[in-house]
Design a protein around this ligand. Structure first.
Ligand code: ADP
Ligand code: MG
Length: 283
């Protein structure tokens, strides 16, 4: 998805007031009736309607008049609210290029005034199923839809909390800097996902280090649940960093054994396919 932050620069206080009003309305409306937006935003005479048109033009809200005249936030609108809050807090001052795209997230570089570059992960839960919702609109008409705003915020909250806790316990993870809504700010990993690496100086050692990471996680009561060559980064000195935590579970989860085995299996499979490994390790 394109994140055109130039638009952000031209949005006025009133635009954000109305955008925030739509967000607030969405806590109990799937589509927020125009009157509700207007009531929350409290702009002078009819101002809300003009602003909504502008937000619609920039794709920050979506208009729906199938049942009544109303609006909901788009992901772009939600992005802007999160980015604006973080910029106001002084966490960063500009958004740069996109460095990653997952099934349920987009990753961008962000920078501070003095040139410190970090990574921004925007969670996009429900992106996949949203298409399904659209195509099955009739079928879903009478059902309460899931709340993607809430799900994405929850994913960011979990990810941030795990990253922070793992960092404190000395695990090789990005430094958790801050979070807002569905957005997590973390240090930028200088490296590549393992999946892009064709050659290693020392595959045995890397394999053992990765395996002992899974084991040490379990000793701390946690299972990654998506531990694979896409979520392990490696730099030029072959230092590894593990990323992507929203789906982690506790070892007391009833499927813990299955998840643990699956994580181990993924790494085993990847290494045996790509590198020649003579492990001395745990597996
Ligand atoms: P998803 O949940 O969508 O898989 P990830 O957290 O795995 O999201 O990130 C997707 C991709 O973005 C990663 O494979 C990696 O290439 C890049 N990426 C994520 N976090 C960072 C980071 N802190 N530094 C550098 N690149 C990152
Ligand atoms: Mg990932």
């Amino acid at each position: 998805m394109k994140l055109d932050v130039d638009t952000l620069r031209y949005l006025l206080r009133e635009d954000f007031k109305v955008l925030t009003a739509v967000e607030m309305g969405m806590t109990n409306h799937e589509i927020v009736p125009v009157e509700v937006v207007d009531r929350i935003a409290r702009l002078k005479h009819g101002g809300t309607f003009k602003v909504l048109k502008n937000l619609l033009k920039h794709k920050l809200v979506h208009h729906d008049s199938s049942k009544y005249d109303g609006y909901r936030l788009t992901y772009l609108g939600y992005d802007f609210l999160a980015i604006k809050s973080l910029v106001n807090r002084g966490v960063f001052s500009s958004v740069g290029r996109q460095i990653g795209v997952g099934k349920e997230s987009d990753i961008f570089e962000v920078a501070t005034e003095d040139g410190n570059i970090m990574a921004m992960k925007l969670h996009r839960l429900g992106r996949v199923s949203f298409r399904a919702v659209k195509s099955k609109r009739d079928y879903l008409r009478h059902r309460r839809s899931y709340n993607w705003l809430y799900l994405s915020r929850l994913a960011a909250l979990k990810e941030y909390a795990f990253m922070k806790a793992l960092g404190v316990h000395g695990f090789p993870v990005p430094n958790a800097v801050d979070r807002n809504r569905h957005c997590v700010i973390m240090s930028l990993v200088q490296g590549y996902p393992l999946v892009q690496v064709k050659q290693l100086q020392n595959p045995d050692e890397i394999f053992d280090r990765i395996m002992s990471l899974v084991v040490r996680l379990a000793e701390h009561g946690l299972i990654h649940c998506d531990f694979n060559e896409f979520n392990i980064m490696i730099d030029d000195d072959e230092k590894i960093t593990m990323i992507d935590f929203p789906q982690m579970v506790s070892v007391s989860h009833r499927n813990a054994q299955m998840y643990f085995d699956r994580d181990v299996e993924c790494i085993l499979k990847f290494f045996s396919k790509r590198f020649v490994v003579n492990s001395t390790g745990i597996a």
